[in-house]
Design a protein around this ligand. Structure first.
Ligand SMILES: Cc1cc2nc3c(=O)[nH]c(=O)nc-3n(C[C@H](O)[C@H](O)[C@H](O)COP(=O)(O)OP(=O)(O)OC[C@H]3O[C@@H](n4cnc5c(N)ncnc54)[C@H](O)[C@@H]3O)c2cc1C
Length: 465
């Protein structure tokens, strides 16, 4: 066999499971079709760590709640920004009061702790900046916000350092059952293995096609608001089931210090409707404060963890759920347990449970920054003016284990080009550094996927670009 375990898909769950399995004496490969791991993680690098209160079904609630309990330790270990924010699920009408009362009772029965039902006066004590009229709210002290891409990349980097073989830019085309184990066929190779862990969203070629094809999905519409110019809330504010078209409206204080307003809708609504519905959670939104408007296809809240074929070496995991990040620590441990119970392996003695360190210059005190610049002048050269990211950090993001190979990869690892000018100032500098460090032409540098070249061609024949 080429490998003991092959993980299909380098998304959040694939990377986390690779990390968990890399603790064992196993020969593991992870196959990902994109240039980078976790390429589909939410573009705005801030996610809610839910606690299961809001979930309709019990399985999702359990996965979120267990993941929530593990998240702060993981973030501390991996040095990932984690902000315990707390949350309010609000009711504005009598009908909504009944809905959240029933949600609260259900959450209590599910064994979710640290939650309270607050009346009007108590709500404004918890959240003085809430500038709308509210009757009742479920207050949870469990919820938090984190940077999801950072989490995924940390899992992947440690797995890589502990021997997992990451095969990027390789598309899985087929999975064939052999008399013993499986053959995984990609656009570049054929591999054999004992166990296949399929975390790709279409469930691979063999399993769960019916449940996937029947998904409905929704759209999520985001406003990213600049922090200094608004009444910022300390808690995540959520409101459910506004009307037939609107599933949920959210206001989230992000780990980066901004605020995200989001409208989760069944229909594709545009900027104006997003503005209209956002006003239900936040009065007097000034359009001048809106830094960015994003619109994504969202999820149908599907969770499939199918280990019924584990005796034949196949586990299928499909999570198309808005709380996938929150579930990941628990889900990945569960999958790992299933695998190690079905294959001969032991815990490694030399497992390194540590992420390689790197500098975030803008967060360091001046005297420390000076010492770093004395060692390497590139840490004194600012490339992204908006977010104050230096050339040293960009180079490091490319040279780190599983380093960035695209502009998007640099942005997500460093925060460069995520500022107000959205790369207007630094995009060409990022492309230049990436080309230099990877020994490529600037015209070969892509934004995130094949054919997304940031420069289509040379327009003048200079010696350098
Ligand atoms: C807008 C938005 C907001 C979100 N907010 C939150 C939040 O607040 N809290 C929270 O907990 N979660 C949240 N989520 C959920 C979470 O961020 C995502 O579900 C999760 O990150 C999905 O990303 P993934 O990388 O795990 O993708 P997955 O789809 O799970 O990963 C599968 C991977 O498989 C790869 N792949 C697919 N087919 C093949 C193939 N044939 N061969 C090889 N590789 C293949 C894909 O490229 C992908 O990388 C949000 C999601 C979105 C979109």
């Amino acid at each position: 066999m080429d490998y003991d375990v092959i993980i299909l898909g380098g998304g959040m769950v694939g990377c986390a499971t690779a990390y968990e399995l890399s603790k064992y004496s196993l020969n593991i490969a992870l196959i990902e079709k994109d240039y980078d791991v976790a390429d589909d993680v939410a573009f705005i690098n801030s996610s809610i760590v839910y606690d299961g209160v809001e979930c309709k079904d019990d399985l999702a609630a359990k996965l979120e709640n267990e993941g929530n309990k593990m998240m702060s330790n993981i973030c501390e270990k991996f040095h990932i920004p984690f902000k315990k924010t707390g949350s309010l699920i609000i009711a504005k009408t009598d009908e909504e009061v009944l809905e959240i009362e029933s949600m609260y009772e259900k959450a209590k029965k599910r064994g979710i702790n640290n939650i309270e039902l607050l009346d009007k006066n108590e709500i404004y004590k918890v959240e003085p900046n809430l500038n709308i009229d509210v009757k009742k709210a479920i207050y949870s002290k469990n919820t938090a916000s984190i940077a999801p891409f950072d989490l995924a990349i940390a899992y992947a980097e440690i797995a890589f350092d502990n021997g997992v073989n990451f095969k990027l830019e390789e598309v899985v085309l087929d999975i064939q059952k052999l008399s013993k184990g499986y053959r995984v066929i990609t656009n570049k190779n054929k591999f054999t293995c004992n166990i296949v862990l399929n975390t790709t969203p279409d469930g691979g070629t063999n399993a769960n096609k019916d449940s996937i094809d029947s998904r409905k999905g929704s759209n999520i519409n985001y406003f990213l608001l600049e922090d200094e110019s608004m009444n910022k809330c300390n808690n995540i504010i959520q409101k459910f089931n506004y009307n037939d078209a609107i599933k949920r409206i959210l206001k989230v204080p992000t780990v980066e210090g901004n605020t995200v307003l989001a409208v989760d809708s069944y229909k594709n609504i545009g900027y104006s409707d997003t503005l209209k519905y956002s006003s239900l959670l936040f009065n007097n939104i000034k359009e001048v404060d809106i830094n960015t408007f994003y619109n994504f296809p969202y999820y149908d809240d599907l969770v499939v963890i199918d280990d019924s074929l584990i005796d034949r070496g196949y586990v299928n995991v499909v999570i198309n759920h808005y709380g996938q990040v929150s579930m990941t620590p628990y889900v990945s441990q569960m999958i790992c347990e299933t695998v190690v119970n079905n294959i001969n392996c032991v815990l490694k003695k030399n497992f390194i449970d540590k992420r390689r360190e790197y500098y975030k210059i803008r967060e360091l005190p001046q005297d420390e920054v000076k010492k770093i610049i004395d060692m390497d002048k590139r840490y004194g050269k600012i490339v992204c003016m908006c977010n104050k990211i230096t050339e040293g950090e960009i180079v490091d993001s490319i040279r780190r284990p599983l380093g960035a190979r695209t502009i998007e990869g640099i942005k997500r690892r460093t925060g460069a080009a995520f500022g107000r000018c959205k790369g207007g100032y630094c995009l060409n500098k990022l492309a230049y550094i990436l080309a230099r460090e990877t020994d490529k032409l600037m015209t070969d540098i892509v934004k995130d996927s094949k054919k997304s070249n940031v420069m289509p061609c040379r327009i003048k024949e200079f010696d350098t670009m």
